[in-house]
Ligand binder design. Structure first.
Ligand code: ZN
Length: 221
């Protein structure tokens, strides 16, 4: 790994961070800045660090729904960790897509921006797991189950990791105002999505089962 390049990257990011605040991402980050930095090559480590910084800024004002109000980035880091482990860490695009999986759905970031910054494969993976926001909440939930069968194996890994993280959060820090019935309905829906995605990563499937069982016991208590 080129630590000189990483140090330069961190220096540049610090400069960007100071001026970015909560202004829209697209207005503060030149998407081709990496190409212009002398000595900085888009090695895997550099791309991964850039994706972390990009995700952190894109979701800067978001918190998780749970009572603890964790930073949204915690969820993205967890999904990336799960996707990396499930795939043996070899597929860097998959890990980057995991960090950015909610960026188009939940922030002003566009697919074109993702493609310019991280390439067409990352943008395509994120597009696969992005809900159609023109649908109602219940329509989106139905669509996720139907759509799961059409996903690539990599996108199914993202779905599995996302559901593990969401169900774990729901069990440990349930959103205030969610009744037991609402939590049970969420768990049942997550199980449906996982059943379709499970063949892409039996290991993640098993981890989901363990976490879903724990969540289910919590609902009975
Ligand atoms: Zn997510």
């Amino acid at each position: 790994m080129d630590f000189g390049a990483i140090a330069q990257l961190v220096e540049r990011l610090n400069g960007i961070q100071e001026v970015s605040g909560s202004t829209p991402l697209s207005s503060t980050i030149p998407l081709n800045w990496m190409d212009k930095a002398p000595g900085v090559t888009a090695s895997e480590g550099v791309r991964l660090a850039a994706a972390f910084a990009f995700a952190a800024r894109a979701h800067v004002d978001q918190r998780r729904k749970g009572a603890r109000q964790e930073p949204y980035l915690n969820h993205l880091a967890e999904v990336a960790d799960l996707a990396a482990r499930a795939s043996g860490g070899a597929d860097i695009d998959l890990i980057i897509a995991a960090l950015l999986h909610d960026a188009v759905e939940d922030t002003p970031v566009t697919p074109a921006e993702l493609e310019a910054a991280f390439g067409p494969r990352v943008a395509a993976l994120v597009a696969e797991v992005t809900d159609d926001k023109t649908l109602s909440e219940s329509e989106r939930k139905r669509a996720q189950v139907a759509h799961a069968a059409t996903l690539s194996p990599e996108a199914r890994i993202l779905k599995l990791a996302d559901k593990i993280s969401n169900v774990r959060d729901m069990a440990h820090s349930p959103p205030s105002g969610w009744s037991v019935a609402r939590r049970a309905a969420y768990l049942a829906w997550a199980r449906e999505v996982v059943e379709v995605c499970r063949p892409a990563s039996p290991v993640l499937g098993e981890l989901f089962d363990a976490i879903a069982a724990e969540a289910s016991r919590g609902l009975e208590a």
